[in-house]
Design a protein around this ligand. Structure first.
Ligand code: GLN
Length: 241
């Protein structure tokens, strides 16, 4: 490793060019978001809920999963590798992320069960491109959720190298979260589930936002803490048409 890389504060994951996530070795390349350890807990929670079958299964014996904002493919590929019957649609608006997910899927020989789609969920009508795959059993996302005013406090390694679009969630960190939730009636099966990683202030904000949108028929059914004891993960379930 060149000392100049450390002096210019490049994240070690980019210097090494690969990083471990859920036992998978994934290629890393700037500016694609580097998966964080807490996101492994999100994957473990989804796996637990799916295998205990509190979540519905797809016609092929495994769930059809949509990941919004796939980055390097960490969430999608670890779910695929641990749920052999599952299929995943992974979307991201960044071209570098789409290419990296594709490369990682190829490295791990998981290309046959994943569709990787360049898509921006904030664009009007973008969801219609996902309809041909049919309604999803699960939506999973680690969306950009940092409150805009907190972006300045990020470590220099992050600010200089990672795509801010993958981090900045707007004024209250909710810009992408609310888009994902608003898509649920179009994309999710009845009683399908959404699992999100969020900021610790979000469980309350998302709860009241959902109350203001009864038309979406979504309930916040569980909040889970990360390994630092902060409320970090949400399970939201569709309660019917
Ligand atoms: N947990 C990340 C961080 O603090 C943020 C992740 C995100 O916005 N999705 O850097």
């Amino acid at each position: 490793m060149s000392p100049s890389c450390l002096l210019c504060r490049m994240p070690v994951q980019y210097i090494l060019g690969e990083w471990d996530f859920q036992g998978l070795s994934l290629k890393m390349a700037p500016p694609v978001f580097i998966p964080r350890p807490e996101t492994e807990e999100l994957v473990e929670w989804v796996l637990k809920e799916v295998t205990q079958s509190s979540c519905p299964m797809g016609a092929q014996g495994g769930p059809l999963i949509l990941e919004v904002g796939c980055g390097s493919g960490a969430i999608s590929l670890s779910l695929l590798s641990q749920l052999p019957q599952s299929r995943v649609i992974a979307v991201d608006k960044g071209e570098a992320a789409i290419c990296l997910t594709q490369e990682n899927a190829q490295r791990l020989r998981l290309l046959d069960r994943i569709q990787i789609v360049p898509l921006d969920v904030t664009l009007e009508g973008s969801w219609s491109h996902l309809l041909p795959w049919g309604p999803m059993d699960l939506v999973v996302s680690n969306p950009p959720y940092i409150f805009h005013q907190d972006m300045e406090q990020l470590a220099p390694e992050i600010r200089s190298y990672e795509d801010p679009v993958a981090l900045d969630g707007g004024e209250e960190g909710m810009d992408i979260i609310t888009h994902i939730l608003a898509l649920a009636p179009w994309l999710l099966k009845d009683s399908g589930s959404i699992f999100l990683e969020v900021d610790p202030r979000h469980p309350e904000l998302v709860g009241s936002w959902l109350q203001s949108r009864p038309d979406l028929s979504l309930d916040l059914v569980a909040v889970r803490k990360d390994f630092c004891g902060r409320p970090r993960f949400l399970h939201i379930r569709r309660s019917g048409p």
